[in-house]
Design a protein around this ligand. Structure first.
Ligand SMILES: [Zn+2]
Length: 486
């Protein structure tokens, strides 16, 4: 495909800063040879582009319509058009394939809906940006937003799919993004931790492959795009892209972030059981420290902080503590037989539940239909200017959030039953897993299991004391439990 060069400079006030036609031509030819573009013809004009009816421009369009496809090479989109008629003509010819490419040394164009949207802005008065867009463009944009097309570059974890003009999951990065949300929601990781981890996991920026910045991690964790909505000019829209995480997880992350208030300096993980136990004698925190033996070996100890108070408790080595915890884990663990017994019970309960849940799911689906209708009506009311922008945005956000919630509820019904059944099954599997956690060397796993099975963790006389939670307290007395439920 050959390219047509179009250069223009008028006596308009706006054009005073623009390169002379000579300079434009020189730059464009240099650009063409660098990019390997073959030039078929040059079109040079000294007229304003604010109103339709430039003779040379029209000649070029006629040539394209007759002998296209051609590409166009111009200094900037505002050289080609500064009114919606000529701008629309160009975009129409791009859409119909008569214009096979648009190249500008000062403007990056790509034939996606977003690219065309940006081009349309460039054709208009870019100074006033969106406020001065013609009503046509606004309507087109509204249409796109209603369809759920995100009119910008895809956030990290997604890619702009150029052929179908959609946003798709990035096969490499989506999983890492999900992991970052999960890790942060556990409350054990700081932004700094995740920043380091993200690079280790291979989450580099899309363009230059550089590590993403610390502040990007925070922005990422606040972006509703990942659960299916998107924000555009301060308003929330339902996207048509596939979510990477659930709304539940997103909200959990927002809660953790709020609780933290600000990023913490130190990692919480340097001593596995630090901050978990309290002293059984004086109630102070149990802290941790490392000691180096004359042999050069290092040992971790846990002891009462004893701040401003007399306390007779001795320290306990991490090894000793771990061994005692392992015994506790074995005590609450389920054997294979018990695991299977409970799984069978769970399945029966699940079947009963599903029958009842079907009815509830029908109700939710009915509510979904009502929300759809309300959303459509709301847009009509807004377009008719019966309500203002703020009212519209607030009402829409409420409806969209409810829609996401319902969709998740419906899915939950289908997938894993209600929360109680989910927790029951989770417990069966965790209690079975407790066997291998007792045997493993992984302290992090032990810490997380410990937090699940009990509360009020204390150390007295070098012995950990834990008040077990249901159903873990029951599984600690397995024999009774079996006869009770059997
Ligand atoms: Zn103490």
């Amino acid at each position: 495909m050959k390219y047509l060069i179009y250069a223009r400079k008028s006596t308009d006030e706006d054009d005073r800063q623009i390169l002379s036609i000579e300079a434009q031509l020189t730059e464009l030819k240099e650009f063409a040879s660098k990019e390997g573009l073959e030039i078929a013809d040059e079109f040079i004009e000294a007229k304003t582009a604010k109103v339709p009816g430039r003779p040379i421009f029209n000649q070029m369009i006629a040539r394209i319509e007759a002998d296209g496809p051609f590409g166009i090479l111009s200094w900037h989109p505002d050289r080609l058009a500064r009114n919606s008629v000529d701008g629309g003509k160009i975009i129409y010819l791009v859409d119909t394939g008569k214009i096979g490419g648009l190249k500008f040394p000062t403007f990056w164009f790509d034939a996606t809906p977003q690219g065309k949207f940006m081009l349309n802005i460039a054709f208009g008065q870019s100074k006033y940006y969106i406020d001065n867009l013609s009503e046509n463009v606004k309507r087109g944009l509204r249409q796109k937003l209603r369809k759920g097309d995100y009119p910008a570059f895809a956030p990290i974890g997604y890619l702009n799919e150029l052929r179908h003009h959609t946003i798709i999951k990035d096969p490499q990065r989506a999983e890492i993004v999900r992991k970052i949300f999960q890790l942060y929601s556990s409350g054990k990781y700081t932004f700094e931790d995740l920043h380091e981890l993200s690079f280790a996991m291979g989450l580099a920026g899309q363009r230059k492959g550089k590590a993403i910045t610390l502040s990007k991690i925070q922005t990422l964790l606040k972006n509703p795009f990942y659960y299916g909505l998107f924000r555009f000019k301060g308003e929330l829209y339902q996207g048509n892209h596939e979510p990477i995480i659930s709304k539940q997880l997103f909200e959990k992350v927002q809660r953790v972030m709020q609780e933290r208030g600000k990023p913490q300096k130190k990692s919480l993980k340097s001593y596995t059981f630090k901050g978990v136990f309290k002293c059984g004698e004086c109630g102070r925190q149990i802290t941790a420290e490392t000691k180096i033996k004359p042999s050069g070996k290092t040992y971790t100890y846990y002891r009462c902080t004893k701040k401003n108070r007399v306390c007779a408790q001795k320290y306990i080595s991490e090894q000793n503590l771990t061994q005692q915890l392992n015994k506790l884990f074995q005590k609450v663990a389920l054997s294979v037989e018990l695991k299977n017994y409970f799984l069978n019970r769970w399945e029966k309960d699940f079947k009963d539940f599903s029958t009842n849940a079907n009815a509830s799911a029908q109700n939710l689906k009915a509510e979904l239909k009502i929300i759809e209708a309300k959303l459509n009506r709301l847009l009509d009311i807004y377009v008719d200017q019966a309500i203002n922008r703020e009212e519209y945005a607030a009402k829409k956000q409420k409806l969209l959030n409810r829609r996401v919630e319902i969709n998740e509820e419906v899915e939950n019904f289908g997938r894993k039953g209600n929360v109680r059944l989910g927790l029951f099954k989770e417990w069966i599997l965790q209690a079975f897993q407790a066997n291998s956690i007792a045997e493993s060397e992984n302290l992090e796993e032990k810490r997380s299991l410990l937090k699940k099975i009990g509360s009020d963790f204390r150390i007295t006389g070098q012995k950990p004391l834990i008040s077990l939670q249901n159903p873990w307290s029951l599984s600690a007395k397995k024999a009774e439990f079996i006869s009770m439920s059997g």
